[in-house]
Design a binder for this molecule. Sequence first.
Ligand code: Q0Z
Length: 287
Amino acid sequence: MPETATHVGSGKVRELYELDDDRLLLVASDRISTFDVVLPTEIPDKGRVLTGLSAFWFARTREIVPNHLLALRADGRSTECRRLEMLPLECVVRGYLTGSGWKDYEATGAVCGHQLAEGLRDSDKLPEPIFTPATKAQEGHDENIDRARAAELVGQERFDEVERVSLELYGFASAYAAERGILLADTKFEFGLDEVGRLVLGDEAFTPDSSRFWPADEYEPGRPQPSFDKQFVRDYCETLGWDKTPPGPDLPDEVVAGSRARYVEAFERLTGLDFDAYLADPDVVLG
Ligand code: Q0Z
């Protein structure tokens, strides 16, 4: 019997299908977005790199918190996952001050209610990682919120649990990545609840689309850092004088190849695995 999968959602670069009442299929495409615009040119295997990295981290963090991963498909880009009741919260952890955290700090001296020392610069390492929740926006950017607002959305007990688990996940993965020359500046989790109300990590985990990966050897606080994966594409787009509104530009072959190489390098450095071994048998990432 051929399987039927009903399309239930689209993200900028991913698709979501329903397999049955209990299971979803998450498919990572090779689309890439830059400056919030999806480009017309794909990066071959980008979706496989992201799916493989997520599965790698899900396998290594399951003792911290259970996750939605049920199986990887042989195509390397599709994940069968448990259907959860998702919490209405983006769970962000920041170890470095950049992006919207840096903007909020510049304006107010605080991020999501965390009052920070004076005189911090863009991309400075924080004295300790902070949990900076946001609300999920249907369109446009997520809105940073303070802990009181987040606790209203999910309840105080659940808030305390997602904060503790998020900080533990970030601590584990950022230490692991730093040993391999990659700084995990910040990361975003989405959690859900299973049928008995247990907290489960859903969506994706520590991919370059949900986290900022910085090459450690180029780290220099006081300026925005080059992104491990996207800087190549951003730099090219900046040469064009493109106004960053849709449609985005086509990418030339050498930019596509350079970008693909960066994704594959991130995969190989973080997992210690050969990317071709992943393509031959995606389950290698599960260890
Ligand atoms: C994830 C998203 C994507 C569009 C819903 N395990 C789960 N259970 C219930 N819902 C979700 C998950 Cl992962 C869920 N999203 C985000 C992903 C395309 C939206 F690939 N939405």
